[in-house]
Design a protein around this ligand. Structure first.
Ligand code: CKU
Length: 600
């Protein structure tokens, strides 16, 4: 089955999972001396307290701390009641952004590159009974060999500054929950489920990976608590007659119970939710359970006041309530995989997710939005200092996101990149093996895609042939012909005609279109940045979408205003939210709601 990131933590009489969230110790290390000075062993010498999970940036009141780039450290303690030879001990981070090394009692137990997927440290050989010191060395510098791409420069005083080739603040730190886990020595490591529907019956091909042995079983339990299917063995097929299907915005979840036995005794149990559904692309349609679905929603960010990219249940819940209110059924995890809790909530609410890896910024540009929005991108791959390392990190992200999210019914597609160079031979060579990898790894063989910016034109793009459906990010009426909606519409239709003429026989989904809009600005007739203009822009797009049958989805940019780096085009962040950063509707929210509630 490939790699695993250790299954999402659960608690039962055989598994122990304890949240370590709270106030940790924290220290910047601009001279990178922490290791030489044995901080993992002796403790952080001059630490301050820091909330986990949260980005560190926005809790500070000085700019240097907020914008810090380089090494920094976190530290906490956890309790191991007894160290048993029958158990294994883990620390599982939802993510650590962007690279880290994990130490327990001074012993290095794990290292990880990539800031948006789990970091699992097997700490078995390092723990002692009683209190244990957990130390994490983090680095948030950006480069062209890791994703998301960017660069790190030095200011004249020698301090470092990270500059992303992307349009969101480089939030970092321990931004997701951390668990201490005790698992049986021989444990259930991973499982996958693949659905086939025949009439109203469901066949579920399952594959369980467990330490030592075939003595495993799997059961599906319905919402009433009855076992509806059960099988023994590591691989097999479950059959559920008249199955309840997981449908868009009408989710039915079964409980799955996987057990591992040794000598007739249950030694491990893993429980999860499962939704029975199929996804496929047929011609120009996206089919869920064989039925056409039109995607309505947004590109989002994990972003909020104070906590930055830190996961918070109340914010996620509010976002889902806003999504429901406006009539959405889908979002893209632009531009990185989100915290696992987002997917668990989507499974429950029946939302569809296009799950994107953090491959953004494959374009040398600090104001990448302008470059990409206008189609002025120059090459990236030709100048990339180390394409092999970049590709290795990109592949790891694909591998890890599929390992982590493969069983979520909400995940209907993988997005392999956002707005990369796609129009050169080098780009084609770079992406082909990545798409290949994703195809091999996903047991459910979900559709693959990537978000194309303006330079990826109908004539020039060499990567769309690898995609099962085509995602377009377009800004006619903003970066192109801003303030001139009629002219913008004409150019927009011209491009769509050119795509249509290619007869690709694939669905198109708009993954970005939008205008920066100040919630304080009204103007009649509308001008750029006013609420009226955002409404007019949306209405124009809806008319164009209606004219092209291949368009099977509209994900506006963005769900909410979000923080970016500073610049003359950003007023304390990107204001393309249909909701404000505090999740209150702008005028366009009502225009969109009117439409989406009426699209079935
Ligand atoms: C968005 C085609 C432009 C790229 N797109 C990327 C996204 O991350 C930006 O926030 C543009 C924008 O400019 O608002």
């Amino acid at each position: 089955m490939g790699i695993y990131t250790e299954l999402y933590p659960v608690n039962n009489h055989l598994r122990h999972a304890e949240l370590l969230d709270g106030l940790w110790r924290f220290q910047f290390d601009p001279e990178s001396r922490g290791e030489a000075d044995a901080w993992p062993k002796n403790g952080l010498p001059e630490s301050i307290s820091m909330p986990v999970p949260a980005s560190f940036s926005d809790v500070f009141t000085d700019a240097r701390s907020r914008d810090y780039a380089g090494d920094f450290w976190y530290e906490t303690a956890f309790c191991v009641k007894e160290v048993s030879p029958d158990k294994r001990y883990f620390i599982r981070f939802g993510s650590v952004t962007h690279t880290c090394r994990v130490f327990v009692n001074g012993v290095e137990c794990a290292s990880h590159t990539g800031g948006f997927l789990p970091v699992v440290a097997d700490v078995t050989s390092a723990v002692v009974p009683g209190m244990n010191r957990l130390t994490v060395k983090v680095n948030n510098e950006l480069s062209e060999t890791n994703i998301p791409c960017g660069t790190t420069v030095r200011r004249s005083d020698g301090t470092k500054r990270s500059m992303g080739y992307f349009d969101f603040f480089n939030y970092s730190g321990i931004q997701r929950s951390v668990y201490y886990m005790e698992l049986p020595k021989r444990a259930i490591r991973d499982y996958s489920l693949v659905y086939r529907l025949e009439g109203s019956d469901a066949y579920i091909d399952y594959d369980i990976e467990a330490d030592g042995g075939d003595e495993v079983s799997i059961a599906f339990i319905d919402a009433e608590g009855s076992i509806v299917a059960r099988e023994n063995g590591a691989q097999g097929t479950l059959f559920i007659p008249s199955a309840h299907l997981w449908k868009v915005r009408n989710a039915y979840l079964y409980d799955v119970v996987i057990e591992l036995k040794q000598g007739g005794k249950v030694t491990d149990r893993y429980t999860a939710k499962a939704g029975i559904r199929t996804v496929e692309i047929k011609g120009e349609s996206i089919l869920l359970n064989g039925e056409k679905v039109y995607l309505k929603g947004f590109g989002k960010h994990e972003d909020a006041d104070m906590i930055g990219r830190g996961f918070n249940y109340a914010i996620a819940k509010r976002d889902y309530e806003c999504l429901k209110w406006i009539g959405a059924n889908c979002f893209r995890t632009s531009h990185y995989p989100y915290a696992e809790e987002w997917y668990r909530m989507a499974d429950e609410e029946g939302f569809l997710i296009i799950d994107e890896v953090p491959a953004v910024g494959m374009m040398r540009s600090i104001a990448n939005f302008l470059t990409a929005g206008r189609g002025e991108a120059k090459g990236f791959f030709a100048e990339c200092p180390d394409i092999e390392t970049l590709s290795k990190n990109h592949k790891a992200a694909i591998e890890e996101v599929i390992a982590r999210d493969k069983n979520h019914p909400s995940v209907i597609a993988w997005s392999i990149f956002n707005e990369a160079e796609t129009y050169t031979e080098l780009a084609e060579k770079y992406f082909a093996p990545l798409f290949e990898l994703a195809r091999v790894l996903d047991p459910q063989k979900r559709p693959l895609t990537g978000a194309l910016e303006k330079s990826s034109s109908p004539a020039g793009c060499r990567v769309n042939k690898m995609m099962d459906f085509i995602c377009l990010n377009r800004y006619y009426g903003w970066y192109i012909s801003g303030g001139e909606l009629e002219e913008a519409e004409r150019m927009f239709r011209e491009e769509m005609d050119a795509w249509q003429a290619k007869k690709l026989n694939k669905p198109f989904v708009f993954t970005e279109f939008g205008t920066d809009t100040l919630d304080t600005l009204h103007k009649l007739p509308g001008v750029m940045w006013s609420q009226e203009y955002q409404q007019e822009y949306m209405s124009m797009h809806f008319e164009v979408f209606a004219g092209y049958p291949a368009i099977q989805g509209e994900l506006a940019w963005n769900f909410a205003d979000f923080q970016t780096g500073q610049g003359i085009m950003r007023v304390n962040g990107n204001k393309k939210g249909v909701f404000t950063r505090q999740r209150q509707p702008k005028a366009a929210a009502y225009t969109i709601r009117e439409r989406w509630l009426n699209i079935k």
